[in-house]
Ligand binder design. Structure first.
Ligand SMILES: Nc1ncnc2c1ncn2[C@@H]1O[C@H](COP(=O)(O)OP(=O)(O)OP(=O)(O)O)[C@@H](O)[C@H]1O
Length: 275
């Protein structure tokens, strides 16, 4: 068990994930704080997405636990919860490497769909919605207000009624984050949100991640290959290689860590650099 500071939101204890003879994650321990950005980096196949899959309920880890410290619900062991409870009850929401919006729906509709469960509950799974009963109407108004608020905060409100598929790649990535925010997450897990963005869009993403962590106290877990984003926004970085954590620290510490340089450049190139 790792020592965890007061503002720890997520505690990863000795997490191991094996697929037959392959160990994709090996004894990973990590504390993820609220209000800060924690980046997970590492070469291809290092185990980054496997880590996200373990903590969001897609995979059941072979060994270890992921514990969410929820301000209302107390300690929740994520690997014992169903996937939908990880998002709705524990407040852990993820985005994926590939964009998963409904392209023919408008931006606003995409954000309303994210709140479908809450609307279903308000309708008591009956015809209440169609009949316009007050509980459902109120829930629908709240969902609309939440979607509108996040669209305004993320600078997307002028595109609310445009089909999501007609917007630029960078804007679609932003919509995915807005959609995730409509579920009121405490922890946002973003899988390569800068992939395919141009330099201006990457810079806007940096500002957005800092805004969400600093102004809204969101814990952010970021998998990212774009080092300009990682180095600009991270409070701490965890480096994986072949499933092992080989380093953890601030951007400055990670940039100068010999194990990290070796993992990215390989042994021979490292010797050349130091020669
Ligand atoms: N469902 C699975 N079954 C078998 N092997 C898997 C499965 N999921 C992942 N792996 C393997 O686990 C290892 C880690 O994969 P993972 O996708 O987590 O790496 P990654 O760090 O996210 O890589 P990338 O940066 O390329 O996305 C790889 O060797 C991969 O082939």
């Amino acid at each position: 068990m790792i020592e965890t500071p007061q503002n720890t939101l997520l505690e990863v204890n000795n997490l191991t994930m094996r697929f037959g003879g392959l160990t994709a994650l090996d004894d990973l321990s990590l504390a993820v704080p609220a209000g800060k950005v924690t980046s997970i980096i590492g070469p291809n196949g290092a185990g980054k997405t496997t880590f996200f899959n373990c903590l969001t309920g897609f995979y059941k880890p072979t060994v270890g636990d992921v514990v969410m410290h929820h301000p209302q619900h107390g300690k929740l062991i994520l690997n014992q919860l169903a996937t939908h409870r990880v998002a709705r009850h524990a407040g852990v929401v993820r985005t994926f490497q590939n964009i998963r919006l409904f392209p023919s729906m408008t931006v606003l509709e995409n954000l309303m769909v994210a709140q479908y469960n809450a609307l279903q509950r308000a309708s008591r799974f009956s015809l209440a919605g169609l009949l316009g009963l007050s509980g459902y109407r109120r829930a629908n108004e709240e969902a609309l207000a939440k979607a509108t608020t996040w669209l305004e905060r993320l600078g997307l409100i002028d595109r609310a009624n445009v089909a999501a598929g007609n917007l630029s790649y960078g804007t679609q990535r932003r919509i995915e984050i807005a959609r995730a925010l409509c579920v009121d997450p405490l922890l946002l897990c973003l899988d390569e949100p800068a992939a395919g963005l141009n330099p201006r869009e990457s810079a806007e993403l940096n500002e957005l991640l800092l805004y969400l962590s600093r102004e809204h106290d969101k814990g952010i877990l970021l998998i990212e290959h774009d080092m300009s984003v990682v180095m600009r926004v991270s409070d701490q970085i965890c480096v994986l290689n072949f499933g092992h954590k080989i380093a953890q620290g601030t951007p400055h510490e990670i940039q100068h860590d010999p194990n990290v340089i070796k993992a990215y450049l390989g042994e021979e190139e490292t010797e050349e650099v130091s020669a």
